[in-house]
Design a protein around this ligand. Structure first.
Ligand SMILES: *[C@@H]1O[C@H](CO)[C@@H](O)[C@H](O)[C@H]1NC(C)=O
Ligand SMILES: *[C@@H]1O[C@H](CO)[C@@H](O)[C@H](O)[C@H]1NC(C)=O
Ligand SMILES: *[C@@H]1O[C@H](CO)[C@@H](O)[C@H](O)[C@H]1NC(C)=O
Ligand SMILES: *[C@@H]1O[C@H](CO)[C@@H](O)[C@H](O)[C@H]1NC(C)=O
Ligand SMILES: *[C@@H]1O[C@H](CO)[C@@H](O)[C@H](O)[C@H]1NC(C)=O
Length: 437
């Protein structure tokens, strides 16, 4: 008797399953029939997400994009449809049980891009120009984490609040802080605040991923583009940087360093993309103990061991760390961190020659002196420009004229690569933004 009952239950279950399967197949075929030229449902979901993302970013003024459809088309069919196969713009009549899934899809917040900078001394204007360049071209919303000396907080707040009408970014100001035991030692390293960045994974505990940049960075294309490299990390990579040099003959690390460094010429930490979730989890190989250490535990022993041998402070520590853990670093090409070194004695960043400069890095103070007028011209053009469309579009012509005056320098000779990507970014931004006037 028992056995008989079990067989019946099994049969009923199997029958139900095949019925469900049949229904879902029917639903799919109906849907494909009714789709009428629309793409695959999955594609529709993806494009809706992208469309929604943009709409959310550029604020209420954004008109419906051409080709965009109404959010919820009526669909005169009632079918049993797995929620993931339902086109995003269709409200089936059996919405009631899908609603839960669909709702969670809809309220999924647009991913924010987290950008951190550490500003000390006379870096207010430079930092504001960097932030402006990030805002002008970016698509997804930005979250700025600004670490600054206390006396700069008031000015940062004033300046950033005056941009709040844009509604495309939020910011948080932080004081400069170091672990209390060794604060004095960390402050002395290289420049007063530079080593702050090493502690970002420990301070910003809630943040998954972060783009750290120096104050002397200018974005010539959307932050979204470098942010998207995070998704290209393989399973062991935790951070991304560009090589310190392309040309070993003029490289610094390979000629002078008295400590280990990553790769052939070391890496430059002025533009550093981090998956901090992974950084916090990883146990790092090192040459101090036989056990692997976590980020929070490795920094102090590293400083103690190498402090007499390092020249560029925290960047050297990062080089030592990735020397021992090379599988953890994603190296991006030089056009994402373009410095005077790439053109000062002749051009050696081939990717930039081909596609233009994506992120400009005016280190050694070149935005503020006359040694590299090409770098300075780009900085001044962006510093002078405001957020109005017309203003941004009319930035290019005078900048090109300025750059043409710099052809007596090696960097100036290839001035076209300074505006190639910038011109494209301006065009793209204008195409994206609705006509306001
Ligand atoms: C900024 O923060 C406010 C308040 O938390 C929030 O309503 C707004 O959506 C945020 N803006 C962006 C662009 O993240
Ligand atoms: C960072 O790594 C974690 C753990 O591997 C992963 O869940 C997360 O999606 C990654 N973040 C990004 C932006 O790729
Ligand atoms: C520091 O540099 C000196 C001189 O090049 C070298 O002998 C020493 O081993 C270095 N120290 C470390 C910890 O690498
Ligand atoms: C990830 O890429 C790095 C650098 O190319 C490489 O060394 C490492 O082995 C890769 N990891 C995996 C799991 O493939
Ligand atoms: C930026 O403005 C300053 C004065 O505010 C002016 O001297 C300079 O020529 C301008 N530079 C550019 C590139 O427009």
């Amino acid at each position: 008797m028992r056995r008989y009952l079990r067989v019946v239950v099994l049969c009923v279950a199997c029958g139900l399953c095949s019925l469900l399967y049949a229904f879902s197949q029917l639903a799919v075929s109906l849907e494909e029939g009714a789709g009428g030229g629309g793409g695959k449902p999955q594609a529709a979901v993806a494009s809706w997400l992208a469309g929604g993302g943009r709409g959310a970013v550029r604020g209420a003024g954004t008109a419906a994009r051409p080709g965009g459809s109404d959010r919820c088309k009526d669909f005169p069919l009632c079918y049993w449809n797995p929620y993931w196969m339902l086109p995003s713009d269709v409200c089936g009549m059996n919405c009631f049980w899908e609603a839960a899934f669909r709702y969670s899809l809809k309220i999924q917040p647009v991913e924010k891009m987290h950008l951190a900078v550490v500003a000390c001394g006379e870096r207010l204007e430079e930092t504001m120009t960097m932030l402006k360049s990030a805002i002008i071209f970016s698509i997804k919303p930005l979250q700025f984490h600004i670490f600054a000396e206390d006396q700069l907080h008031h000015s940062f707040k004033g300046r950033l609040d005056s941009w709040s009408f844009l509604q495309t970014f939020n910011y948080t100001l932080y004081p400069i802080t170091f672990p209390s035991e060794n604060a004095a030692e960390w402050k002395k390293l290289f420049k007063p605040c530079a080593s702050q960045r090493l502690f970002l994974p420990l301070i910003l505990k809630e943040v998954d991923s972060l783009l750290y940049v120096d104050t002397d960075i200018l974005f010539l294309r959307p932050v979204d583009d470098i942010w998207s490299l995070l998704k290209k990390f393989n399973s062991t990579q935790i951070a991304a940087m560009a090589p310190e040099h392309e040309e070993p003959r003029i490289g610094w690390y390979n000629r002078f360093a008295r400590h280990p460094y990553y790769g052939k010429t070391g890496v430059n930490s002025g533009v550093m993309l981090m998956n901090m979730t992974r950084m916090r989890r990883k146990y790092f190989k090192n040459d101090m103990t036989t056990v692997r250490l976590q980020w929070g535990d490795i920094l102090m022993p590293l400083l103690k061991k190498y402090k007499l041998n390092i020249t560029w402070g925290d960047q050297d520590l990062l080089n030592i760390m990735f020397f021992h853990n090379p599988e953890s670093l994603f190296v991006f090409p030089c056009q994402w961190n373009y410095r005077p070194d790439h053109c000062i004695y002749g051009s050696n960043c081939q990717e930039a020659e081909e596609e233009g400069i994506f992120i400009l890095h005016g280190n050694r103070g070149v935005y503020h002196d006359d040694k590299q007028p090409a770098f300075r011209a780009v900085y001044e053009a962006l510093r002078n420009c405001s957020f109005e469309d017309d203003n941004i579009r009319s930035l290019l012509k005078p900048l090109e004229l300025e750059l043409q005056k710099t052809v007596h320098t090696y960097c100036g000779k290839i001035y076209k690569i300074f505006i190639k990507q910038l011109a494209k970014s301006v065009r793209d931004r204008y195409a994206r933004s609705p006509k306001e006037k």
